[in-house]
Design a binder for this molecule. Structure first.
Ligand SMILES: [Mg+2]
Length: 171
């Protein structure tokens, strides 16, 4: 069984943008992220991004544009991420259990990568990142101070670097 750090994308590895992030020139990797991810990898964690990309269902951008952003990130980070799971759906178009706070993409990852949830973590910046992790018994760290009314993360920090310190201190 493997241990894993699940990561939200926007607001965790790259700057969040209220108008969506879908082109490489607007994909700004947050400070310290690449080093933090490699530190986690060196400590044996699989790194999996789980991201809601409802702009695809809404016709704001294409899956190909999103994939170009992910390829750019992998190039810049020396392939730090083991797998990207994305949900293209939006409730205005199609409801889906694959959209966070649904758990489906996490469940797929847990099966495919033989993940031990009791040794794993989820890092996100919204309540909807925290909810599915709690449902599945994965410890949680929230980055930033967006208030999650019903779901409080186990820890709250300001950066992925700080989140990484917490994870390694609990290993
Ligand atoms: Mg986010």
């Amino acid at each position: 069984m493997n241990k894993c750090v699940f990561l939200d994308r926007d607001g965790v590895i790259n700057e969040d943008n209220p108008n969506y992030t879908f082109s490489v020139d607007r994909f700004k990797i947050l400070p310290g992220v690449i080093d933090a991810l490699h530190l986690l990898k060196m400590n044996g964690y699989i790194l999996i991004v789980v991201t809601n990309q409802s702009g695809i269902a809404q016709g704001l951008y294409t899956q190909k544009q999103m994939e170009e952003c992910h390829a750019y990130f992998q190039d810049q980070s020396r392939n730090a991420v083991d797998h990207f799971y994305f949900s293209p759906y939006h409730p205005s178009v199609t409801e889906s259990l694959a959209r966070k706070p649904g758990t489906l993409l996490f469940e797929k990852a847990i099966a495919k990568f033989a993940i031990d949830v009791s040794k794993s973590w989820m890092i996100g910046d919204r309540g909807r990142d925290i909810v599915p992790a709690h449902t599945l018994g994965i410890r949680t760290i929230q980055i930033g101070d967006e208030i999650s009314e019903n779901e409080k993360a186990d820890f709250r920090v300001n950066s992925l670097t700080e989140a990484t310190k917490i994870i390694l201190s609990h290993a």
